[in-house]
Write a protein that binds this ligand. Structure first.
Ligand code: NI
Length: 167
């Protein structure tokens, strides 16, 4: 397994729209394993392939406190979304920034698993939020884009400044 490099906002590659996975094969499973290692090492509760510069529709989520409930969604589709919840979100691609985002409270999602088998899942709470956040990445959307333009500008400024300091 290998740790992958996570793209940081405002890297324009984060706005790439991911393509569907045509065949769930060993290459996809290897990428999922590397993404899992990367997510747990960060540490984070979710990771989309987009964030590691692989523009295919695959996301990983583990919102458990024990970090042993990994769920992989390939070609995920939200079939149903209802209710409303506002929750503070962060993102491995936007380090150190936490902001309130409004999302659906309950969702029903369909996807393929790592054997290429379709499944459906109903989710609410943190899991529902996390799945919606990761699916947004596949559409090229970063959570800060739900915020006001002024806030987005401040966040870009802060992250650019921090990146310069690191170099
Ligand atoms: Ni994210």
């Amino acid at each position: 397994m290998a740790l992958l490099k996570i793209l940081h906002y405002p890297d324009p590659r984060l706005h790439t729209v991911a393509q569907p996975v045509e065949r769930v094969d060993d290459e996809i499973r290897k990428l999922a394993a590397d993404m899992a290692e990367t997510m747990y090492a960060a540490p984070g509760v979710g990771l989309a392939a987009t964030q590691v510069d692989r523009h295919i529709q695959m996301i990983l989520v583990d919102v458990s406190e024990t970090h042993d409930r990994l769920q992989v969604f390939i070609n995920p589709q939200i079939l149903q979304a209802d209710g409303e919840s506002v929750h503070e979100e962060g993102c491995l691609s936007v380090p150190g920034i936490y902001e309130q985002v409004r999302r659906a409270k309950h969702i029903r999602v369909r996807a393929l698993d790592l054997q290429g088998q379709p499944f459906e899942l109903e989710a609410d709470g943190l899991l529902a939020i996390c799945i919606q956040h990761e699916i947004d990445h596949l559409k090229g959307k970063v959570f800060v884009e739900y915020l006001s333009r002024l806030k987005q500008e401040r966040i870009r400024h802060k992250l650019r400044k921090r990146e310069r300091e690191v170099m």
